[in-house]
Design a protein around this ligand. Structure first.
Ligand code: SF4
Ligand code: SF4
Length: 620
């Protein structure tokens, strides 16, 4: 098994990931598309500070507050170049990526057309971002006036100025007044704009306003904002540093430009106004370089030929960016996306973790972030990559079932080649052979059991977890007869959140109805519909399913397991009707590990429901 680490992208996140992995003793290769290392960071004049003022710093006007700091990208590049554990491929991309943790096989293609092959244990994708295209902001004067520029373009002007006066592009005059327009093309639901906050641009504007003030304290610098957001340790102190330098912060929205006049709506005075500026800087945001969404590709493949859906998907795919990883997976070429095109990650429990085991996203490809956050992120992703390579070498699962040596198998003679398992596996762990039979890839498998729950003919099982073993647990609960007046409630609780919440509730003395019998499951995605029908048939009065929160704000440890379960359970109502049973006998809840009071209450609610509707007629 190979334990070398591949880092895709040579910006600040990629370089940091490579340095961290190398420092831990893992040979690392960086594949960078452009001809240089450094990414966007290499274009910056200075960095925003990342340390707060020392404890006890006064609130006085002369307090020593954090200031823009020197860009240390050259140092970072030098460290990478000097590290004999790190090899760098510039002007290179991934022509193909196949395999699994511990044995990823990668074809690296250079601009000149040559290719080379290499093997890796795990991959960090740190492909960063593309600046938002300001040409989509003609209402803010971009493209109409050379003196309306983006925050990144200002960095280039500041670099050229080398500490001297920053000159405006139109006539080379030293800038004596500058307006920064926050959230340009961001935090907007308008078509073509970014609906999210990019998180770095408010502090960037403060930094850039200080460039002007440091050079010429009389320069009029105004930051026009609706909300000012200054994340990071230095954030609030850096805002104070801007105030100290007499940067004007004005709560206002910009309605347009007329010559060098910026027309605004002052949100404090609630009136229209304008201000003159030699230069207007648009605080534009980040668009993730995440490649095409593999699930859009899959949906296209599966949509009916000639259907409206197929056409919509075709159009979306036509404008999709080229693949970055070129994964040779049945489930598409790149990491799945979360909201707004950022690469997948389990942002609540397992940041960096993607739905492709052994491949970790780091930096702004994962979510918008600044340099320091990208560095921290890269360290985490590098550690996860090392862990994945080590786990694979020992045949162990990645978390949350870290250490699990079991893996799913299927009984070929019973398989109907329906492909449900390959489609529903959240981690792209199953391919298909030429006859359509599943081909399991154990090192990619996370042991969630979603394939097992999906299989309509129940031929998938683990040595230590199967439809049959849970069925036996269900059957071995004693069902009191009707004269005992003791209903029986089956609770299938996800072992990751719901079960620990119930455990905690019990430890704290919360009462749960004695009618309930709780069986932990790996993930609600592993729940077979047969467990529900069989339990109802054998006299249970109600079933409570408890899984993690699903969809985009998911906390499901297996990402899609809870969502898959919800989809399957939406059909339970029909099954109950066909058995002449009330639909309220089976309920499905999203439960978090913190729901220590709510989780038992949900079971007690089912007890109250049974009291109301009566016991199951299948007892009699
Ligand atoms: S157990 Fe989960 S990760 Fe493994 S193959 Fe089945 S669905 Fe995929
Ligand atoms: S879900 Fe079951 S029947 Fe369908 S392809 Fe997979 S193993 Fe075969």
């Amino acid at each position: 098994m190979n334990k070398n680490i591949l880092v895709v992208g040579g910006g600040v996140a990629g370089m940091t990931a490579a340095l961290e992995a190398a420092a831990a003793g893992y040979p690392t290769t960086i594949v960078e598309k452009s001809g240089t290392l450094g990414g966007h960071m290499a274009q910056l004049h200075k960095r925003t500070p990342y340390r707060a003022a020392p404890l006890g710093t006064s609130n006085s006007r002369t307090a020593d507050l954090p200031q823009p700091i020197d860009n240390d990208v050259a140092e970072l590049i030098a460290q990478v170049e000097a590290n004999d554990q790190i090899s760098v491929h510039l002007n290179s991309t991934l022509a193909s990526t196949d395999g699994a943790p511990g044995r990823f096989k990668v074809e690296i293609a250079t601009e000149s057309g040559s290719t080379s092959s290499a093997e890796f244990g795990a991959i960090v994708q740190a492909t960063g971002f593309t600046p938002y295209d300001a040409n989509q902001l003609p209402e803010l004067g971009y493209g109409k006036s050379p003196d309306v520029i983006t925050n990144l373009e200002l960095e280039r002007l500041a670099k050229q100025a080398e500490g001297g006066p920053i000159k405006r592009p139109s006539d080379g005059k030293a800038v004596s007044s500058v307006a920064f327009v926050q959230c340009a093309g961001q935090r907007s639901s308008e078509k073509g704009k970014l609906p999210y906050c990019s998180g770095f641009c408010c502090t960037t504007s403060i930094k850039q306003a200080i460039y002007f003030k440091d050079q010429n304290p009389d320069c009029e610098t105004t930051i026009l904002f609706d909300d000012l957001r200054t994340p990071g340790a230095a954030g609030e102190d850096f805002y104070r540093a801007g105030q100290q330098k007499m940067v004007t912060f004005r709560k206002a929205t910009v309605s347009g430009l007329e010559g060098n006049k910026v027309k605004i709506r002052d949100l404090i005075l609630d009136q229209d106004d304008s201000l003159e500026a030699d230069l207007v800087v648009l605080a534009t945001g980040m668009v993730a370089n995440s490649g095409p969404d593999p699930y859009a590709q899959l949906a296209f493949d599966e949509a009916e030929e000639g259907s409206e859906e197929k056409e919509t998907l075709r159009k979306a795919l036509e404008v999709a960016p080229p693949s970055i990883l070129n994964l040779q997976y049945r489930q598409g070429t790149d990491l799945p996306h979360l909201r707004h095109g950022f690469n997948d990650s389990h942002f609540i429990c397992f940041p960096y973790e993607s739905r492709r085991t052994g491949i970790y996203a780091a930096g702004p490809v994962r979510r918008p972030m600044d340099i320091q956050q990208a560095k921290d992120d890269a360290m985490g992703a590098a550690m996860k990559a090392i862990q994945a390579a080590e786990n694979a070498a020992q045949g162990r699962a990645a978390h949350p079932r870290s250490g699990d040596l079991s893996f799913p198998t299927f009984r070929k003679e019973g398989c109907t080649q329906c492909k449900r398992c390959t489609v529903e596996c959240p981690f792209g762990a199953i391919n298909e052979d030429e006859k359509g039979f599943p081909v399991y890839n154990e090192a990619r498998c996370r042991r969630c059991g979603t394939c097992m729950g999906a299989c309509p003919v129940r031929v998938i099982s683990f040595e230590n977890y199967s439809v049959e073993t849970v069925n036996q647990q269900i059957k071995n609960c004693e069902i009191p007869d009707e004269f005992d007046e003791k209903p029986r409630i089956l609770v299938l609780a996800c072992e990751n959140d719901a079960y620990p919440a119930l455990d905690q509730a019990a430890l704290s003395g919360t009462e749960i109805t004695p009618w309930a019998r709780v069986i932990p499951v790996r993930c609600l995605g592993s729940v077979s519909l047969s467990w529900i029908t069989d339990s109802m048939n054998s006299g249970y009065d109600g079933v409570v399913l408890m899984g993690c929160r699903r969809d985009d704000d998911y906390q499901c440890h297996f990402v899609r397991g809870s969502a898959m379960a919800a989809e399957r359970m939406s059909k339970v109502g029909d099954t109950l009707s066909s058995l002449n049973l009330e639909p309220e006998r089976v309920v499905h809840y999203d439960v978090a590990i913190t729901d220590i009071q709510r989780a038992p209450q949900l079971i007690n609610d089912m007890a109250a429901t049974i009291e109301k509707i009566g016991q199951s007629p299948f007892k009699f």
